[in-house]
Design a binder for this molecule. Structure first.
Ligand code: UT7
Length: 323
């Protein structure tokens, strides 16, 4: 059977770094509060010349280099983003154009912080369905552009950046020792849509709007939803937490990550943490963390890797793959 296998990973971060201390000059907040409640110490903030498309393109080029491929080898681009360059066309076609690609097809995926998990699942289904052989799956965000910089309960939490993987169709045996994506679970529940949203849009206010969040409400649901989809993929694969080599969670809050890992019985040393360096980069957080873990020599060929995310909607999901 066909398995969608990761052949390369890459990332791109804006040049400018903003520390917690920098916020102390702007708002009634402190490095201690932010670090203790979230684990965040700094985040990257895009300058005017850095956009979701330019960061996504840079991450994609690095993933292609890591894979030893060129844009000519790609026939699908899926971009997970909630901060597209324009309402339309999709940022994915803009990246396609920037990469000089005239072949294949490209589209955006909008599932907020779960975007990358939704996008890699979608790319996997396109590959296994025979519509594509090699896909670029990109998570790219410039959340700094939709933050209310006077609201200390949200603006300290988010950052900008992009990560990308190249997925390739390879023949597998249909067993759990195959390389590639082995199991996936996606969920959403729109009854929670008002807990994390943007208060603008083309069809309502004709403005872009700003991010609004009831942080405590999101926190309350996060661990249960995350562990629910992970138990689902464990069940599909017939494995337990002990079989996992690396846990690469969405990086929103270190307390949520720690509580989820503890509830599932995943050892602390298997958890990849980047929230301290990047803040919450929404759909970019999982591929940014993947890139970090690979470049530090942690994730290696053959390792069993568990991805998860949860965010606005609510949306949530998990993907199990062998690197
Ligand atoms: O990726 C999408 C998913 N999003 C998330 O996963 C976010 C989930 N939520 C969270 O991570 C946490 O709820 C927050 C980090 C947003 C907040 O942490 P918390 O422990 O839930 O704090 P809280 O909202 O209960 O606020 C505690 C206090 C409040 O003051 P009072 O009402 O107790 O007097 C806040 O006004 O902390 C205050 N506060 C701040 N103080 C200093 C809120 N933001 C700040 C701040 N600096 N930046």
């Amino acid at each position: 059977m066909i398995r969608s296998t990761v052949r390369g990973v890459g990332a791109a971060l804006p040049r400018r770094i903003m520390t917690n201390k920098d916020f102390e000059k702007l708002l009634e907040t402190s490095d201690e509060w932010i670090a203790q409640r979230t684990g965040i110490r700094q985040r990257h903030i895009a300058s005017d010349d850095e956009t979701t498309a330019s960061l996504g393109e840079a991450a994609a080029r690095r993933a292609l280099d890591a894979a030893g491929l060129t844009p000519a080898d790609i026939d699908l681009i899926v971009v997970a983003t909630s901060t597209p360059n324009n309402t339309f066309p999709a940022t994915a076609v803009e990246i396609q154009e920037r990469l000089g690609m005239r072949q294949g097809f490209a589209f955006d995926m909008q599932a907020v912080c779960s975007g990358f998990v939704y996008a890699i699942t979608s790319a996997d289904l396109h590959i296994r369905g025979g519509l594509a052989k090699r896909a670029l799956v990109i998570g790219s965000e410039t959340f700094s552009r939709i933050l209310d910089w006077t609201d200390r309960t949200t603006c300290v939490l988010f950052g900008d950046g992009a990560g990308a993987v190249v997925l390739e169709a390879r023949e597998g045996q249909g067993t759990m020792s195959d390389r590639g994506i082995l199991a996936e679970a996606l969920r959403s529940d729109g009854s929670h849509k008002d807990k994390l949203y943007v208060d603008g849009g083309p069809s309502t206010t004709q403005t872009v709007g700003h991010l609004r969040m009831q942080g405590r409400e999101v926190f309350k649901h996060a661990v249960g939803m995350i562990t629910d989809v992970i138990e689902d993929v464990f069940g599909q694969a017939g494995i337990t937490a002990e079989d996992i080599d690396w846990f690469v969670p969405h990086q929103a809050n270190k307390r949520i990550i720690d509580a989820s890992a503890k509830k599932l019985g995943i050892a602390e040393e298997k958890v990849v943490i980047t929230v301290d360096m990047h803040g919450n980069t929404s759909a970019a957080s999982v591929p940014l963390a993947l890139n970090q873990a690979v470049s530090e020599g942690k994730i290696k060929e053959g390792d069993l890797v568990l991805l998860e995310a949860m965010g606005g909607g609510f949306t949530w999901g998990a993907v199990l793959l062998r690197w």
